[in-house]
Design a protein around this ligand. Structure first.
Ligand SMILES: Cc1cc2nc3c(=O)[nH]c(=O)nc-3n(C[C@H](O)[C@H](O)[C@H](O)COP(=O)(O)OP(=O)(O)OC[C@H]3O[C@@H](n4cnc5c(N)ncnc54)[C@H](O)[C@@H]3O)c2cc1C
Length: 523
């Protein structure tokens, strides 16, 4: 058996308390920057060979594929991270507004351009259902009221006591948070197509609009208020920028170094043991790995009272995704940056995905064409795409390695018959991501794409807390914690740390006095 080595990472600022972050998703990178700003020497350990998590970047045959997030909202949450480092985001990132936000294409072929322009939106609603214009305005007003409470007031509250929850209940009741997203939209608009237009957004954070709390209707106002953006160079440019900020603070991001266990000393996290056997002591540990995975696999069962294996098994998880990334030898100039390509069914399809957990033969797609904004993401004259279909998580029992190619062909046929003529013969490069990859590659419980499903009974206090309920000095950020998935959610989860992690200068650091890297000692 190998003798474990003990080291303390590679940060240069000696003498500071040491913070270890497990995982380099947006939540983990933002947490690292906030901890750096609070005086910690920070080391991020990432299991994959490059940072970003779901925002990993694949470069293939001259094409650049952002694996995950593409709709960038609430840019001020990113700007804040640059400000914490005394920098301006604009010096590193060229963020461009995207218009329309989405083009929504119904199965009938009708298209709705969803934008941030109030007049254009009113006209678009009136084109579909003149009688719903006033109702749409009321929906937007409701969305604004929810945003002011759900996002501005509660998005960065730690929710680690019952009283936090009790305090907000009256407001949530007043805002009808007990309704679902679909129910709130239906209260205001009657046209079935408009109900889809106003509710599909909760799918972008893993929520079924027919089950997710109407608090997620805040997305409509969030997008209206702050816009939808895309960074030149792709989402990967943001990941690169955040890693640069961490390194500028003296922290480090160590890739291809998976964490095998969070070590514990007298009821407190004391560091991590890497898959290589190296033991890294830390004053605080922040896990950005999937919260269910963190408790199930990284914290030994004897240290868990709330998040037992049974509870983790019984929780509800978001849907998963099938994603096909492909490059074409020609350009499809008529295709918008973000298209929602709806299939024939909405509610029933979502019931198949979330409740019945069966892989249906029909599907709806989100089609991403980043080259609509930044042509440099493909070779000259070509287009970069990904097509994403919500599918059930691994409890469907689908044998994805065997089925993926069949599904891909069905997606290709659908795209070819609707938006991308002659697609089959135009594809020059291709790769896929299936629910199996969410589990095996991204360590996501049940292969869920957005961790725990955002239903009311799994929100705020009911979600794994940002300050762990199980261990002192352990903190959690990312999609499976409060407030939830999506970039605004995970960036906000890191913001919660400011209210629960002590400032570095206020803690006695046993680790700061430990040996420097290379002074390996037997454990
Ligand atoms: C295809 C797709 C499209 C999306 N589109 C959008 C969008 O347009 N807009 C939007 O706002 N959101 C979008 N989302 C959601 C958003 O991307 C995620 O909610 C968010 O990026 C998750 O960030 P996170 O901080 O939870 O970390 P993740 O991205 O989940 O990263 C966690 C990291 O932890 C690492 N890790 C896990 N276990 C270990 C271990 N033991 N040791 C070391 N490292 C470990 C993983 O390798 C991973 O890198 C999308 C998601 C997907 C999948």
């Amino acid at each position: 058996m190998l003798t474990p080595k003990v080291s303390i990472g590679t940060a240069t600022a000696a003498g500071k308390p040491h913070a270890v972050v497990i995982g380099s998703g947006f939540g983990g990178l933002a947490a690292a920057i906030r901890l750096g700003a609070r005086g910690y020497r920070v080391t991020v350990f990432e299991k994959l060979d490059a940072p970003g998590g779901r925002a990993y970047v694949h470069r293939q045959d001259g094409f650049t594929f952002d694996a995950g997030p593409t709709v960038i909202t609430a840019p001020f949450l990113l700007e804040e991270l640059w400000t914490l480092c005394g920098r301006r985001m604009a010096d590193d990132i060229d963020l461009r507004p995207v218009a329309p936000f989405y083009r929504i294409r119904f199965d009938s072929g009708e298209c709705f351009d969803y934008s941030g322009d109030p007049q254009a939106m009113r006209a678009e609603v009136a084109r579909f259902a003149p009688g719903d214009v006033a109702g749409y305005e009321r929906f937007l007003a409701a969305s604004e009221a929810i945003y002011k409470v759900g996002f501005e007031q509660l998005g960065h509250v730690a929710f680690d006591s019952w009283t936090d929850m009790l305090r907000v209940l009256p407001q949530l009741l007043k805002l009808e948070g007990y309704r679902t997203v679909y129910s709130l939209a239906s209260k205001h608009v009657r046209d079935a197509r408009l109900r889809v237009v106003l509710t599909f957004q909760s799918l972008l954070v893993g929520g079924n609009p027919f089950a997710t709390t109407s608090v997620y209707c805040l997305i409509a106002f969030l997008e209206r208020r702050w816009g939808v953006h895309f960074p030149m160079g792709g989402t990967g440019a943001l990941v690169k920028g955040l890693v640069g900020l961490i390194e500028g603070q003296g922290g480090s991001v160590r890739c291809a170094q998976g964490v095998e266990q969070i070590t514990v000393d007298r009821g407190a996290a004391s560091g991590v043991r890497l898959e290589s056997g190296e033991v890294v002591p830390a004053d605080v540990v922040v896990s950005n790995a999937d919260s269910a995975w963190t408790y199930r696999h990284l914290v030994a069962p004897e240290h868990r009272r709330r998040w037992t294996d049974r509870r983790i098994e019984r929780a509800r998880y978001s849907m998963s995704l099938f994603v096909w990334y492909f490059g074409t030898r020609r350009q499809y100039r008529d295709v918008a940056h973000h298209t929602i390509l709806l299939g024939p069914r909405y509610r029933e399809l979502l019931t198949d995905i979330f409740e019945r957990k069966v892989l249906a033969s029909d599907f709806s797609l989100y089609l991403h064409r980043p080259t609509a904004t930044d042509p440099s993401l493909a070779p000259q004259g070509c287009d970069t795409f990904y097509a994403l279909a919500p599918v059930p998580h691994l409890q469907s029992g689908t044998d994805w390695p065997a089925h993926a190619e069949t599904f891909r062909r069905a997606v290709c046929e659908r795209l070819q018959s609707t938006l991308l003529p002659d697609l089959e013969s135009q594809v020059v490069t291709s790769r896929m991501l299936t629910p199996q990859d969410f589990q095996d590659r991204l360590s996501s419980f049940r292969g869920a794409a957005f961790s725990l499903e955002p239903v009311l009974s799994q929100s705020a206090w009911f979600r794994p807390h940002n300050r762990s309920e199980e261990l002192e000095r352990l903190y959690l950020v990312g999609a499976g914690t409060h407030p939830g998935a999506g970039l605004p959610g995970v960036l906000s989860s890191a913001r919660v740390l400011d209210s629960v992690v002590p400032r570095a200068d206020s803690i006695q650091s046993p680790v700061a006095a430990s040996p420097r890297p290379g002074d390996a000692v037997p454990a």
